[in-house]
Design a protein around this ligand. Structure first.
Ligand SMILES: Nc1ncnc2c1ncn2[C@@H]1O[C@H](COP(=O)(O)OP(=O)(O)O)[C@@H](O)[C@H]1O
Ligand SMILES: [Mg+2]
Length: 148
């Protein structure tokens, strides 16, 4: 078997609201058990996207950047959102030791990981990667690399 290559799709967002909507669209399609890795510099839109995703899953409380905790858990209607910030982690082993890898297997929710490349070796093989690039004050390129 050849190693599968992910399908790449690129979106351009011209506002915070558009990025939120893209997150919402993805959120609607989730079934549970997905691991979503968000890449991009500070202010790129990772948390805005997560807010939209969480709203689509029925999360009613405000989603905030988990920067000062590693993990925030939100209750959606039928799925939880495990919102992880790997900014302060260095390597997959730290993710494992912090107990995060258990959530990657959870079918009762989805994992959304900011700064996921910091813990890449701990991620499951077929995670969904989304890379945010800063194109201008209000413009972001959002690249999806998804396995089908
Ligand atoms: N097109 C856009 N998409 C997302 N955020 C945008 C966009 N244009 C401007 N912004 C602003 O950029 C910031 C993104 O912040 P945030 O989502 O917290 O970034 P990150 O989590 O990647 O550090 C917000 O202040 C938001 O208002
Ligand atoms: Mg953030």
């Amino acid at each position: 078997m050849n190693k599968k290559t992910p399908k790449t799709t690129i979106e351009l967002s011209n506002s915070e609201e558009e990025t939120y909507s893209l997150g919402f669209e993805l959120g609607k399609s989730l079934k549970g058990g997905e691991v979503i890795a968000l890449e991009g510099r500070l202010g790129a839109g990772k948390t805005v996207f997560t807010k939209g995703l969480a709203a689509a899953l029925g999360v009613k409380v405000p989603v905030t950047s988990p920067t000062f905790t590693i993990l925030n858990v939100y209750e959606g209607e039928s799925l939880k959102v495990y919102h992880i910030d790997a900014y302060r982690l260095h390597g997959g082993e730290e993710a494992y030791n912090a107990g995060l890898t258990e959530f990657f297997e959870a079918k009762n929710g989805v994992c959304v990981i900011e700064w996921a490349s910091n813990i890449e070796s701990a991620l499951p093989i077929e995670y969904k990667k989304i890379s945010f690039s800063y194109f201008g004050e209000n413009v972001r390129e959002i690249k999806y690399e998804f396995y089908e």
